[in-house]
Design a protein around this ligand. Structure first.
Ligand SMILES: [Zn+2]
Length: 585
């Protein structure tokens, strides 16, 4: 059904402000497969947590909890994604701007310890080269320990005797009250100890944030600075979720300076086995559902029905697999927002596509979209950076055009055995990229669809977004590229390029021109179950062009909450709350 023009206009506000409280529905919980066996609180904690009154007791509890944390992490294998932007001062903008970027995705494995915390001085090409040299292929799923992933660990052997602790203050991070203390390694306590500030929540005394570096560093190698956040993902358990790292003047070999900022995200702590073993028995269930009487039901699928069911089979297999390994989020609220836009396009264009077109979200940062059968997949990073609903419609319509034109999924994936490969090989086995001919046909058809749609007069921002993509692509090669599907850029060609002619000049120095947003502003991931939520904060008014930060990474400032305590304590005086917590992530 078509939504009224008002509803359409309001949709993007919904996109920004929608409350997705029902994401964690009881039914979703009930279906959960067995979870990793984690003890929530050891006996000593339960006894002591109520009573840790003195500063010394807090330190002792925190040290003990950190050892417990290390033991837990050995059993867990979340995905770890790091996206790094090297920076260079942009004189015109009066601020640093990205000059190149690095991306990697892997699965954390701490079962054999994490020894590699150093950034050793690179010989020629900077940090990117160094990281590349440790991975044969940046995007192949490697089982780490590696570089940025180490920043989940404060100290592998956190002991009171290695450190001096100084009380700083009590402070709220979100709704969680913390004891803040500075931590410095004692002399001769060994290399690579933590130096910086820690936040300890005052219920179970878990460290929930630590900000600093490792110290002292070995000769000829360096430790990076980082701000590492944990979230309360199981009762009593805080796990690494977000890490921001930045260096602005780290001098290394031959007077070179390291200047970068990077976000590391962890998710997929509790990947479910989807247990969809009976695919072939479902095959006729998915046949097109015209009104069927009893006699028809008892018959075999017609050849066309069988072909469609076969394609559907491949689609389900692939989606299941991608969800199972933590790359696609479970179905949820954001899918519905995307589907509303797709539905509006279909209604205004009298498109009737069976089976129904659905949308899903790829959990990764690089900007990409593609189709798997009748499912449109859009990456989290793409949703983050799109400036408005019409731009979102542009992305979705290109994919809808592929479906409307009948561009097929390779049905070799309908054979279930083809899904039995280890997850690090996913990107070799799955490739949804289209050839140039199909891309051009989809662009052409998408423009037609958009010109019949309620978005037809609002596409100048979409064109502007494409101009921004084009302008930043040389510096942001690893963000503006596709890993599973098609990039917004195909050689010199930009997707939907005819939209650019009617759009204004891309001007990074104009404060009120929002061509593309920073990463991380819209989609929030629950690192435990991969459920998504739209971030509810209102957009912050931008005062200078340097604050626009199109496609850029920023520090994290999550609003920490305790599991099962959605309502903040009312008794807390406002003055005690953190004054400077920025909005968004
Ligand atoms: Zn395409």
């Amino acid at each position: 059904m078509l939504h009224s023009p008002f509803a359409l206009f309001a949709l993007f506000a919904l996109f920004l402000a929608c409350c997705a409280a029902s994401v964690l529905s009881p039914t979703a919980r009930a279906q959960a497969a067995p979870e990793p066996q984690l003890q929530t609180r050891d006996a000593a904690t339960q006894q002591a947590s109520a009573a840790a009154a003195s500063f010394d007791q807090v330190v002792d509890r925190a040290v003990e909890r950190e050892h417990f944390f290390m033991a837990q992490m050995k059993q867990l294998h979340p995905l770890v994604e790091t996206y790094l932007q090297n920076l260079k001062e942009d004189k015109e903008l009066g601020a640093p701007a990205p000059s190149s970027d690095v991306y990697f995705l892997g699965r954390l494995d701490m079962s054999e310890g994490t020894d590699d915390r150093t950034f050793t001085s690179p010989t020629t090409a900077g940090l990117g080269k160094r990281m590349l040299s440790k991975l044969s292929n940046v995007y192949s799923m490697k089982f780490l320990p590696l570089g940025f992933a180490q920043m989940v660990v404060l100290d592998q052997d956190f002991q009171r005797r290695f450190y001096d602790f100084t009380f700083v203050r009590r402070e709220f991070l979100g709704e969680v009250r913390c004891v803040v203390m500075d931590v410095a390694p004692k002399k001769d306590s060994g290399k690579g100890r933590f130096l910086g500030r820690i936040w300890i929540e005052d219920q179970d005394y878990n460290i929930v944030r630590f900000n600093g570096t490792y110290y002292p560093h070995p000769r000829a190698s360096y430790y990076l600075h980082f701000d590492s956040w944990r979230q309360n993902l199981r009762p009593g358990i805080w796990l690494p979720a977000l890490i921001y790292s930045e260096e602005s003047d780290l001098k290394y070999r031959l007077g070179q300076t390291l200047h970068y900022k990077a976000q590391t995200r962890l998710w997929g702590y509790n990947l479910k086995d989807l247990r969809r073993n009976s695919e072939f028995t479902e095959i006729t269930v998915d046949a097109p559902q015209a009104v069927q009487d009893q006699s028809q039901k008892a018959q075999d699928a017609t050849p066309i029905e069988a072909q469609r069911a076969w394609e559907r089979q491949a689609e389900i297999n692939v989606l299941d697999r991608l969800q199972q390994i933590g790359l696609i989020a479970p179905e949820g609220e954001i899918d519905k927002v995307l589907q509303t836009v797709v539905n509006n396009m279909m209604v205004t264009n009298n498109l009737d596509i069976q089976p129904e077109v659905k949308c899903r979200v790829l959990l990764t940062t690089p900007l990409e979209s593609f189709t798997i059968g009748h499912t449109i997949v859009v990456s989290r990073g793409m949703i983050d950076v799109l400036p408005d609903e019409a731009s979102l419609a542009m992305i979705l319509t290109h994919e809808l055009a592929h479906i409307a034109l009948g561009h097929h999924l390779n049905t070799k994936l309908a054979f279930n055995d083809r899904m039995f490969f280890p997850d690090e090989r996913t990107f070799e086995r799955m490739d949804f990229a289209r050839d140039r001919g199909e891309e051009e046909a989809a662009d052409k058809r998408a423009i037609e669809l958009l010109s019949n749609s309620p978005y037809k007069d609002k596409l100048s921002n979409a064109g502007l977004f494409l101009k921004a993509v084009q302008a930043r692509a040389p510096q942001l090669k690893n963000l503006i590229r596709a890993h599973l599907g098609d990039s917004l850029l195909n050689g010199n060609a930009t997707r939907m390029s005819s939209l650019m002619t009617a759009s204004p000049q891309f001007d990074p120095k104009k404060a009120d021109q929002l061509a593309a947003l920073p990463l991380g502003g819209r989609v929030k991931v629950d690192p435990w179950n991969n459920q998504l939520e739209l971030i509810k904060t209102k957009p912050v008014a931008i005062t200078t062009a340097a604050e626009k930060m199109p496609f850029e990474v920023t520090p994290f400032f999550p609003f920490l909450t305790r599991l099962g305590t959605a309502i903040p304590e009312k008794a807390v005086p406002a003055a005690e709350k953190t004054a400077a917590a920025p909005t968004g992530q």
